[in-house]
Design a protein around this ligand. Structure first.
Ligand code: MSP
Length: 539
């Protein structure tokens, strides 16, 4: 494996508190969780961080609109929606940061002071375009290009007082105020050099070109403070200004490690992060602004930013495919999917059926199809049939590992090199590829049952050794598949191990656990209920 440091620090974006989490936000978190679980299974000392992004004008407004006494009270009221959902979805985060926590505020203030001391920020007048819903600034050129593209596509010209946002097409506002600026323009060449020297920094590769051409198009200094509201982190050297919400938010990746506190030992041990998982809408913040801020502060840069696509929904009125989002009113609540699939199948569906890095339309029909084919008919069925036969033919137990366990067989061959194939996919966060590798050994085992017909062997006392070998081979594949599926379906894998009388906790050495021959056998097996009862109703 390429990564050799024991610490593995992985983050999700911190989520805006104004909306409850939906399928899209949960997708991003599950993806990071799969990565965290895989890295733990490879023996790494993982820190997995998620949290909430609580500052900014929109939050203050939402608090008021919803009748809360303070923005803080509003944020507090939203915390359980995130924490509870992550718990339900079996998200194994080690920390949960909120940008209103004192540890975060102290770190942001230190960071701003460092930027000032190193000469990378200055005060000036800001006059430009701002997208309030996205909390993003746009230059005149970006706005003009977008308008030209719209017109070329035959769309109605926008109101010149309120041209449309290049990202989300909502009207922009002209903002004029005194602001602190970050010298982003000084980092054009250093960023290009960095991308060049670190080809793996932006994944998947296709996203990299977009970032490189954006930087080559020229970087303008960035306004990083606001003075017309106060719901934010005050500048330590200019109390009238609060930090621009994106700068505040990005620094969470440092403050969760104790940056800016009395004890920065965890920060020294874990920074830089191994991977930031983000959606494609926030790629510039993570691949341009964030590295530039870190360079300016003299800190090392994260190893990798993994960019995923959107879960999309078709707008029935316009026929357009749209990003699923709370503000567009098209979001599906995770609870609806949980009701249909249950937690593990929910996680499995989004990780196995969505090709990462691309957009994916949500389809209830496809969810049922994948559930029935991969989980009910393949994985669940293999476990049920095998445990049933084992219990029936071996007095409630697994057969002892037979003397001939290492002899070639269709199953042994199918599992040969499985760890390497699976890990190669996992390392590029190609989870659908990794899941397909596991499904291949599960399918091989189901075919093996048909080919070997253990029920026929069981009728012939002279075939007792052969029967033991066949059942042991099948149980061995199940043991290996349960470990490989663990990052995707942790509860089911723990249950399968429990039914096999194995330690329900996942391995910390996945490579060794995938080696053929690990199952000693002889212990009781439990048939149990079907792991994935078939879905029959249409939704
Ligand atoms: N608060 C910022 C992130 C700050 S990180 C320093 C933010 N929050 S968000 O709640 O709007 O979005 C968080 C993540 O959810 C983003 O990565 C975004 O891409 C992802 N998703 C939101 N809707 C999504 C879909 N419909 N599909 C997939 N992911 C989506 O941005």
């Amino acid at each position: 494996m390429e990564h050799t440091k024991p610490s593995y620090y992985i983050t999700t974006p911190i989520y805006y508190v104004n909306a409850r989490p939906h399928l899209g936000t949960a997708y991003c978190t599950i993806m990071a969780d799969v990565e965290a679980r895989f890295q733990r299974a490879c023996g790494r000392d993982v820190k997995f961080l998620t949290g909430m992004d609580e500052h900014g004008e929109k939050v203050a407004e939402a608090a008021e609109k919803n009748g809360f006494a303070s923005p803080q009270a509003w944020c507090d009221s939203m915390e359980p929606a995130f924490r509870d959902l992550w718990q339900t979805l079996n998200i194994s985060n080690d920390d949960f940061i909120r940008t209103t926590q004192p540890r975060h505020i102290a770190g942001v203030q230190k960071f701003l002071q460092v930027l000032l001391d190193r000469g990378y920020i200055y005060k000036d007048a800001y006059d430009g375009w701002y997208c309030r819903p996205d909390e993003t600034y746009f230059t005149e050129t970006q706005v003009r290009h977008h308008e030209e593209a719209r017109r070329a596509a035959g769309e109605e010209p926008a109101d010149p007082e309120h041209p449309l946002c290049p990202d989300c097409d909502r009207p922009l506002e002209r903002i004029q105020e005194e602001s602190w600026f970050f010298k982003l323009s000084a980092f054009e060449q250093p960023l290009l050099d960095f991308y060049e020297a670190n080809p793996g920094f932006i994944q998947p590769e296709t996203r990299k070109n977009e970032v490189v051409s954006f930087v080559k198009g020229g970087l303008k200094d960035l306004s990083i403070s606001r003075s017309t509201f106060d719901w934010g982190v005050p500048f330590p050297f200019d109390e009238k200004h609060v930090a621009y919400v994106w700068v505040d938010a990005l620094i969470n990746y440092l403050t969760a490690l104790g940056y800016g506190s009395d004890d920065e030992s965890e920060f020294s041990y874990r920074w830089p992060a191994q991977v930031h998982v983000v959606g494609k809408d926030i790629i510039r913040f993570h691949c341009v602004i964030w590295p530039a801020l870190l360079m300016a502060a003299g800190l090392p840069l994260p190893e990798k930013v993994f960019v995923h696509g959107f879960l999309t929904v078709r707008n029935e009125e316009t026929g357009k495919v749209e990003k699923m989002s709370k503000s567009r009113g098209n979001a599906i609540a995770p609870e609806e999917v949980l009701e249909l699939l249950g937690v593990d199948a929910y996680r499995y569906y989004f990780m196995s059926d969505v090709v990462h890095g691309t957009d994916a339309p949500i389809s209830w029909g496809r969810m049922r199809q994948v559930y029935n084919a991969d989980l009910a008919n393949s994985w669940g069925n293999l476990v049920s049939r095998t445990l049933n036969m084992s219990a029936k033919y071996f007095d409630g137990c697994a057969p002892e590992r037979p003397a001939s366990w290492s002899e070639p067989s269709a199953l042994r061959d199918a599992c040969d090199g499985i760890f390497e194939r699976y890990a190669a996919c996992m390392q590029t966060m190609d989870y659908s590829g990794a899941a397909a590798e596991v499904l291949a050994i599960v399918s091989a085992a189901n075919h093996y049952i048909e080919d070997m017909a253990p029920w026929a062997l069981a009728k012939d006392p002279e075939k007792a050794d052969e029967l033991a070998l066949v059942i042991w081979n099948l149980l061995e594949v199940i043991r290996i598949a349960a470990e490989l599926y663990d990052p995707f379906m942790p509860s089911i894998s723990a249950e399968v191990r429990r039914r096999l009388s194995l330690d329900p906790a996942p391995t910390r050495d996945l490579e060794a656990a995938c080696r053929w021959g690990g199952l000693a056998g002889g212990a009781p097996v439990e048939k149990g209920d079907p792991l994935f009862p078939r879905l029959v109703d249409e939704k």
